[in-house]
Design a protein around this ligand. Structure first.
Ligand SMILES: Nc1nc2c(ncn2[C@@H]2O[C@H](COP(=O)(O)OP(=O)(O)O)[C@@H](O)[C@H]2O)c(=O)[nH]1
Ligand SMILES: [Mg+2]
Length: 346
């Protein structure tokens, strides 16, 4: 018997989690109950039909409110979690309710980083008005976007007014998350400039605020140089849709240098985008994208369940393998077959 097995209690029975009705869960979430919120977030990450249905019922009780949804992105190790910890603590002390979600499309491989993030968020963990959710890998219910959008809405139902979404995955999550938030913060650490070159231009252009983190100790001069490099890159970028030019701020989670400026910049950003309507327009656009994703997903799932289509698909696959057809033709054949099936349905 291996050393590990000695620790297993043979009489241990996994306790069955109590199933709450969506109605009860939704009442408890509205009352701010963290355990119910956690439970609902697990449902949001599930692909089971009964869980999808429960989330859909719970979200019927969602009422829009003027919350602040903020993405915190940047290269691994730049200090995203530490920033959220220090800044979130500051906001929580001022009486705000803070929720922190992490988005990680590659989490089976990076389980370690999630544990790391929890230790970086030590000051926050015990705060009554803070909720932290390191995401599980289960973002299959329609990709990162659908599950995270549902999670954001659930946190808002529970009364959280600042929702931070930290991306810990690779490039794709950094772009996808921009479709879920009002404001996009890019955290970088002081570097030679190569560091900046490593960040894709598309991601640089998404930022509404650049934070040069770790501007402390012997890194202050390097941090100033990085800020200068960002500012000159910025001058070549397209103007933002909201018309607000992104600021570059030196920050340190250790010394808390400029924490008040960061707070004011974020607050001013939200005031401005509310006044110029970008806040509403952007959220409406995000809902439209979500609608399109859900409709496309439903169409694909429905069609893939049709036996005739499954058979046709594998026969087309064989033809392609034998160089008898190209995918473009296969696509047209499938489209025709789907039309015929629906036309013949009474
Ligand atoms: N000196 C200094 N170190 C920092 C600062 N912020 C983060 N770090 C360190 O940088 C490392 C990576 O931080 P983390 O927040 O996990 O980065 P993330 O991967 O972007 O979330 C950790 O060892 C932190 O202690 C800072 O403001 N100053
Ligand atoms: Mg992190």
């Amino acid at each position: 018997m291996s050393q590990k097995n000695k620790n297993i209690n043979p009489n241990f029975k996994k306790s069955k989690r109590k199933e709450h009705s969506p109605k009860l869960l939704s009442d408890k979430i509205l009352a701010g109950d963290k355990i119910s919120l956690s439970h609902a977030l697990s449902l949001a990450e599930s692909v089971l039909e009964k869980d999808r249905s429960a989330i859909s019922t719970i979200l019927k009780n969602y009422n829009p409110s003027d919350t602040k949804r903020i993405a915190v992105t940047g290269p691994p190790g730049a200090g995203k979690s530490t920033f959220i910890n220090s800044f979130g603590y500051h906001l929580a002390k001022l009486g705000n309710k803070i929720a922190i979600l992490t988005v990680d499309p590659s989490s089976p491989q990076s389980g370690g980083s999630i544990l790391g993030d929890k230790t970086r968020m030590e000051s926050l963990i015990n705060q009554e008005n803070v909720f932290i959710r390191p995401s599980a890998s289960g973002t299959e219910s329609g990709g990162v976007s659908a599950a995270t959008m549902e999670s954001i809405l659930l946190c808002e139902m529970a009364g959280y007014d600042y929702i931070f979404v930290e991306t810990v995955g690779v490039g794709q999550s950094e772009v996808a998350v921009s479709d879920l938030v009002d404001m996009y913060i890019l955290v970088v650490q002081p570097g030679s400039g190569d560091e900046l070159q490593g960040i894709k231009r598309g991601i640089m252009e998404l930022a509404d605020l650049y934070l040069v983190n770790k501007a402390d100790g012997d890194k202050i001069d390097l941090a100033k140089l990085s800020a200068k490099a960002i500012n000159s890159a910025k001058s070549l970028m397209h103007p933002k849709a909201h018309g607000i030019s992104p600021q570059t701020i030196l920050y340190s989670s250790d010394s808390l240098i400029n924490i008040d400026i960061v707070q004011k910049t974020i607050e001013d950003f939200f005031t401005n985008i509310s006044e110029n309507q970008y806040y509403r327009i952007n959220r409406n656009n995000q809902m439209s994208s979500w609608l399109t994703r859900e409709i496309n997903k439903s169409i694909i799932e429905t069609v893939e369940e049709i036996e005739q289509i499954q058979k046709l698909k594998s026969s087309l696959q064989n033809q392609i393998n034998n160089s008898e057809a190209f995918p473009i033709e296969a696509g047209r054949i499938i489209k025709q077959a789907i039309k015929e099936i629906f036309n013949s349905t009474p």
